[in-house]
Design a protein around this ligand. Structure first.
Ligand code: PLP
Length: 376
């Protein structure tokens, strides 16, 4: 059996090696490493794929979120509401910009922002909402957008884990996550569903004025070289990464389907075991399974399971062991004292199993056998 990894980017590379190698060599030959042709081509192709008017590539997903918040002219002290149960990048940039992170609960089934908790957290200082499409499942955008509209708030989607995911509105309309709010942000970190061979990210918007501003901010606040109109930063996707991503974008739907196949295999085997809850899929969302995350029943020793699997060369991960409201980083905001029972429970009972585009049945059977053996 091939060794089991959380992600297997090498085998994935080998399947498209000749095309990728040639694309990289072409960039080396052109020597247009920054702002080269592949960056513009990727932006156009991604815009077509997502059906969004503007795509602004940048250096990574964390920068994408930061640039989005800078473009909306949020001021120190403005409150930004986000789930506590997310990767630190979502919330860190809020504090970095001297904005105030306000953490809310997630739905215990989908692990995404709970609209009722969001509604309760709104104050006169609230300016923006950052829902996260966690693990590849869409946040409930229809109610979130409705609440945002009622209160005049911006919505920035953290789509780093859900590129390719479809959202279905109650009127039947379907659109890609990341294109539903004012701004969408994504990451091309190598392990993401659309991963580069290094860092990368992108920002999406339907608004031409916002797009222009996002582009300026990502490039030192300039429209014309050396004329800096607003404070920006240096956040670019380089041409080599863009050239690789152009090739991988063509395979994204297949990659996501492979992930769904792995998830269905796990689901089939695990269904009916009372000690585990398999991932839930709400009717409004497709699922691109950036992670396959089980919820363990209370009483199951999670650390024991991690160790048991690891002894059998099966990696697993806890996404995330410490929720935002308990991070030392946010101590100054007094978030440690807030009451978030659902999030606290989740951080103690989730476990993510290996899922990627290159898994075979032998590996899957080996993993499910081990999990069930531990739980029996
Ligand atoms: C990966 C990730 C990011 C940040 O992306 P980087 O490219 O690593 O900066 C942001 N939010 C979420 C939810 C992520 O999973």
């Amino acid at each position: 059996m091939r060794p089991i990894q959380m992600v297997d980017t090498r085998t994935q590379y080998h399947r498209i090696k000749s095309e990728v190698d040639q694309a990289v060599l072409d960039v080396l030959e052109s020597s247009a490493f920054i702002q080269g042709q592949p960056v513009k081509q990727l932006a156009a192709e991604l815009a077509a794929y997502l059906n969004v008017s503007h795509v602004i590539p940048c250096a990574n997903g964390t920068d994408a979120l930061q640039i989005a918040m800078m473009a909306l002219d949020l001021r120190p002290g403005d409150e930004v509401i986000t789930p506590s149960f997310t990767y630190i990048a979502t919330t860190e940039v809020i504090a970095l910009l001297r904005l105030t992170p306000v953490f809310v609960e997630v739905d215990p089934q989908t692990f995404c922002m709970d609209p009722e908790s969001l509604r309760k957290a709104i104050t006169p200082r609230t300016k923006a909402i950052v829902p996260v499409h966690l693990y590849g499942h869409a946040a409930p955008m229809e109610p979130i957008l409705q609440i945002a509209k009622e209160h005049g708030l911006y919505v920035i989607e953290d789509n780093a884990q859900a590129i390719g995911c479809d959202y279905r509105f109650s009127d039947g309309r379907i659109a890609k996550t990341g294109t539903l709010g004012d701004i969408g942000c994504t990451s091309f970190y190598p392990s993401k569903n659309l991963g580069a061979f290094g860092d990368g990210g992108a920002i999406f918007t339907k608004d031409a004025t916002l797009a222009e501003k996002l582009k300026m901010i990502a490039n030192h606040g300039q429209r014309t070289r050396y004329y800096h109109e607003i404070v920006g930063c240096n956040s670019r996707l380089d041409s080599i990464q863009a050239a690789i991503l152009r090739i991988k974008l063509k395979h994204l739907d297949d990659y996501n389907q492979s992930r769904r196949n792995v998830a269905s295999h796990y689901d089939r085997v695990f269904s009916g075991y009372p000690k585990i809850t398999t991932p839930h899929q709400a009717p409004y969302s497709s699922h691109v399974f950036h992670q396959y995350t089980l919820k363990l029943a209370t009483g199951v020793d999670r650390d024991g399971l991690v160790k048991f699997l690891s002894e059998r060369n099966i990696p697993s991960m806890i996404y995330y062991p410490v929720p935002g409201h308990r991070q030392a980083m946010f101590a100054e905001f007094g978030t440690a004292g807030v009451n978030m029972p659902l999030t606290d429970v989740l951080t103690n009972c989730v476990i993510s199993l290996p899922i990627h585009t290159e898994m075979d049945t032998e590996q899957l059977d080996y993993i499910t056998d081990a999990v069930l053996k531990y739980l029996s």
